[in-house]
Design a binder for this molecule. Structure first.
Ligand code: GLC
Length: 591
């Protein structure tokens, strides 16, 4: 980038904007849009630092389900290494691997019994180092999952802590007396159902667990806990990892006075009263820890990244995660955008404009799929246009300024396949909440590589979860050969994102504030002015796209499609004559 030129451009753009808003009140002028322009100007200035994570495509791997290399039915590290060429070809810059540490696997790895080793189910430290080396050779970074909120109840720290009230590690966890015999300390509920307190008969106290009872919460007010956990981060940074995805990080602290959480109407899937997790989520002290974690990663070369999993209630809460001096999380996951759950141009536009305009000037981070929620194919599909809808979402994910994260299999259109019977459920919440809550097995089924038995995932006749039945029609091998497949569409988008300066470095501006069906935005590269228009028809009607680019200093008259679906023509069209079929997608260079 060219900082001086960039800054001058931004100032010019800002002045043009102010003039436009002063003189053209009736034209484009929509407050929301102008806010976007201002924020884009602001953020582009900061982009000159060229942080890799601003431009990376991140791919989440659920290792149990990605590729099994030793025929035991469970994916492993060597399996990931075998598939790195696939990921390279897809265009992935970094992989986030969900937990691979020794674990009783109650929560499939999110219950960690040793933070600085590899679970034998997944391989060895030698395998890990081999994966790191092979990934580096392909310029793919590796991001670890770090679970700071809780350990496994089999972790030696907890074993010690629960051994007696006077054990030196007693205070490493949250131990409290019950209110009365048989009554937990207060009404706090576990995210995974029922009381968040479990009684320990040996020491006569309760311990707190935000998630499963086998996942006791660490006490982050204890400085020894912090020291130990920052040591864990250094252990992996020393081995060359590119950063961490911080699991459930907003839950690190609980109210010290154990105030009851407020009750809400109705019951949850587990039959408990609904409550607002007011006193166990998002406490202000979280930010102190995030700053400390940031200081740990900042001591390492290569700009390691922190990605937070924190399901914030709105964009203003999400913004706090960047830190007031951008000194906390570089990439807070945007659950607002992830969970819109209806194909609504109005809703997406509003949320995207809000995060673009975040007061911290932080980099947005978008994803639509992960290992905790139904896949988008089912969440957004209407049963008729699922393929086109998948492309609308893929385009949205990969053409905004936000860092995009994919989840394995979304690029081939994998579907959610929940278990049909309670006895087949592997995820404990699915057994507890059946049939209202079927658990998360459905989005964790094995990757579909080819049409052979068990989709090329494993040679075992019994994969840990059954392969989704449609795999013979939908898999990597088939889609690689079909130029019009969803997989090739993703590859094309990722290449455009990498090669087009407008998509890689450009500011982002919403260019139609009022269309209820079509989401339209422009990416413009400050350096050479390259401009790329993105039009996403989120309705089942044919639509003519309408927008105004003049206030952005763009006077082109036609658009040259770089990618379009279901029309695939790349013929140049006048800007005022772009027609979008139902759920149509157009990514076009403005000429
Ligand atoms: C996060 C993980 C989820 C896990 C929970 C408890 O939400 O994504 O899979 O069950 O934390 O660690």
């Amino acid at each position: 980038m060219f900082p001086a030129e960039l800054r001058a451009y931004c100032l010019r753009a800002l002045i043009a904007l102010l003039l436009a808003s002063a003189t053209n009140a009736s034209g484009l002028a929509c407050a929301q849009q102008q806010a976007s322009i201002v924020s884009a100007v602001h953020q582009t200035v900061q982009d000159t630092n060229e942080m890799w994570w601003k431009h990376a495509v991140i791919y989440e791997i659920y290792p149990r389900s990605f590729q099994d290399s030793n025929g035991d039915g469970i994916g492993d590290l060597n399996g990931i290494t075998q598939r790195l060429d696939y990921l390279k070809d897809l265009g992935v810059d970094a992989i986030w691997i969900t937990p691979i540490y020794p674990s009783p696997q109650v929560d499939f790895g999110y219950d960690i019994a040793d933070y600085t080793a590899i679970d034998p189910q997944y391989g060895t430290m030698v395998d890990f180092d081999r994966l790191m080396k092979a990934a580096k050779a392909r310029e793919i970074r590796v991001i670890m999952d770090f679970v700071p909120n809780h350990t496994s109840d089999k972790h030696p720290w907890f074993v010690e802590s629960s051994s007696s009230r006077t054990n030196p590690k007693r205070d490493w966890y949250i131990w409290r007396d019950g209110q009365a015999p048989g009554q937990p300390p207060n009404n706090w509920l576990s995210w995974f159902g029922h009381s968040a307190w479990k009684f320990d008969p040996q020491t006569g106290q309760y311990y707190y667990h935000h998630f499963y009872a086998e996942q006791p919460d660490l006490n982050w007010r204890n400085p020894e806990v912090r020291k130990a956990m920052y040591g864990v981060m250094r252990f992996w940074l020393d081995r060359g990892v590119a950063g961490f995805r911080l699991d459930a990080v907003s839950r690190l602290f609980e109210d010290q006075n154990l105030l009851d959480d407020p009750l809400l109407p109705g019951k949850n899937a587990y039959g408990d009263p609904n409550i607002r997790h007011l006193h166990t989520d998002n406490l202000p002290e979280v930010h102190e820890v995030l700053q400390e974690m940031r200081q740990v990663v900042d001591q390492y070369p290569g700009n390691p990244v922190l990605i937070s999993e924190a399901d914030e209630p709105d964009i203003s809460e999400l913004t706090k995660l960047y830190g007031s001096k951008l000194d906390e999380i570089q990439l807070p996951m945007d659950f607002q955008v992830a969970d819109v759950n209806q194909l609504s141009a109005v809703r997406f536009r509003d949320l995207i404009d809000q995060i673009e305009d975040n007061s911290a000037g932080g980099q947005p981070y978008f994803f639509f799929n992960n290992h905790d929620q139904d896949r988008t194919w089912d969440r957004y599909g209407d049963g008729v246009h699922n393929d086109a809808i998948a492309r609308v979402l893929a385009t949205l994910l990969l053409t905004t300024r936000a860092t995009p994260q994919l989840y394995y299999g979304e690029e081939i259109g994998m579907v959610t396949t929940p278990p049909a019977r309670r006895e087949d459920v592997r995820d404990p919440i699915g057994r507890l909440g059946w049939p209202n809550e079927k658990g998360r097995d459905g989005e964790r089924t094995p990757m579909q590589w080819d049409s052979s038995n068990n989709a090329g995932f494993t040679t075992s006749p019994t994969p840990w979860l059954p392969v989704s039945p449609g795999y013979r029609q939908r898999n990597v091998a088939i889609e690689e050969k079909d130029p019009d497949s969803l997989l090739n569409f993703y590859k094309h988008l990722i290449r455009l994102r990498r090669d087009r300066r407008a998509l890689r470095y450009g500011i982002q501006v919403t260019v139609n504030c009022h269309d209820a069906d079509v989401l339209s935005y422009l990416r413009k590269n400050p350096g050479d002015g390259e401009s790329v228009l993105v039009l996403l028809n989120m309705s089942n009607k044919s639509k003519k796209a309408t927008f105004n680019l003049n206030p952005l200093g763009i006077h082109g008259t036609s658009a040259k499609p770089l990618l379009a679906y279901p029309n695939t023509s790349t013929a140049e069209v006048p800007l005022d004559a772009i027609l979008l079929p139902p759920f149509g997608t157009v990514v076009a260079e403005v000429k």
